[in-house]
Design a protein around this ligand. Structure first.
Ligand code: SF4
Length: 367
């Protein structure tokens, strides 16, 4: 069934690969994009590009790079030229870096217009962005709110984040600049969810979702799944970034898994597995690892549920209910397609059998 989504405006990220211009849309019903950020120095062009490519290969739709120094701003044109995906320049305060980034051809700039300093600098950046058709992301963070807002609310509560975001949006409005995406990230998952809900009621700008400083691979995916997932389940959110203190490739993988879990992702194979219990009749964990790895390697673009079940008690029912199913039984396994048993294989042949059936999905079952 169609999942209702919050109505939002649409912005367009433009980038050119091998002379061909591509557009990535955010908001307005466009597919939800997965973003990540490089962790190395941006001015190390080769290193940065290697990271960008690795993230793109893992499925990142958009990659952000930090621009804290002049040499980083100078490196942007080479990074944009060599990147297979749209590049976002992440800039704090410095309007000259923003102007350089726009000149370099970045697809989006993350900067908070109200923090740029002087009104003429704000104007200069917003006019340059408008001229180039480049969107701006207003990125408000619970940990770096303006002092007067913090004084007013006492602590970074949702109302404070939303007030800050709308203040920056007003600066854009004054320049008649509406090509805006907003994030109101918080390290507290509950506050993060409330902040976005409040913001979603008050604007129709597309929203970039994220739980900030969510931690390592142990805690980050859980916090991000709760925060980002709760909002997406309500139809809120147009692009996501999972922040992890771990290899950024994991951010992309977890991001896609969140989308997939809500059936909001790209078409693909969804692997379901039973948790196992005392009835387990084989080594299901190895089977799950093998199947997941084989499926990820092939990158199938067909929406299929594959159920891997550990025994013949509950297994066959679940397996038969999925598009493809496997039910273990004493070292052997029944393989189901659309509820019908289509074969029996040894445990170590399961992954191959599943891949084979996915590859030949359109062929009629042998009678
Ligand atoms: Fe246990 Fe079988 Fe259910 Fe798996 S399918 S949890 S092994 S009863």
């Amino acid at each position: 069934p169609q999942r209702p989504r919050r109505h939002s405006r649409q912005v367009t990220l433009r980038h050119t690969v091998d002379g061909v211009e591509h557009e990535t849309k955010i908001g307005g019903g466009a597919p939800i994009t997965v973003q990540s950020m490089t962790t190395g120095k941006t001015h190390d062009v080769e290193g940065c590009l290697a990271e960008v490519r690795e993230l793109a290969e893992a499925g990142a739709d958009v990659v952000r790079v930090a621009v804290p120094r002049p040499e980083d701003a100078d490196a942007l044109s080479a990074i944009v030229a060599g990147s297979p995906v749209p590049i976002v320049a992440d800039i704090h305060f410095n309007h000259t870096y923003a102007l350089k980034a726009l000149e370099a051809g970045v697809a989006k700039v993350r900067i908070n217009p109200g923090n740029i300093g002087k009104p003429e600098w704000e104007r200069e950046v917003l006019r340059a962005a408008k001229d180039k058709g480049v969107p701006i992301r207003i990125g408000v963070n619970g940990g770096s709110l303006e002092k007067d807002i913090l004084d007013k609310y006492g602590y970074p509560r949702p109302e404070a984040l939303v007030e800050s975001a709308l203040r920056h949006a007003e600066v854009c409005d004054r320049e008649d600049f509406q090509d805006v995406v907003i994030s109101v990230k918080h390290s507290d998952v509950y506050f993060m969810i409330q902040s976005y809900r409040l913001l979603a009621e008050q604007t129709d700008y597309p929203l970039h979702l994220g739980v900030t400083e969510s931690g390592s691979m142990k805690t980050g995916p859980i916090k991000s799944s709760i925060g980002i997932g709760s909002l997406l389940a309500d139809g809120i959110g147009d692009t996501i970034r999972v922040s992890l203190a771990a290899d950024s490739v994991n951010e992309v993988k977890v991001g896609h898994q969140i989308l997939k879990s809500l059936r909001l992702g790209r078409p693909g194979v969804n692997v379901i597995a039973c948790p196992t219990c005392g009835r387990l009749a084989g080594d299901l964990f190895s089977v799950v690892d093998e199947v997941e790895e084989a499926v990820a390697k092939r990158g199938f673009e067909r929406d299929l549920n594959v159920a891997l079940m550990g025994c013949a008690v509950n297994g066959p029912g679940e397996a038969a209910g999925a598009d493809l199913g496997v039910s273990l039984g004493r070292g052997r396994a029944h393989v189901f397609k659309k509820g019908e048993i289509v074969g029996t294989v040894d445990q170590d042949e399961i992954a191959d059998a599943v891949i084979d059936l996915i590859e030949r999905w359109d062929e009629p079952a042998a009678s």
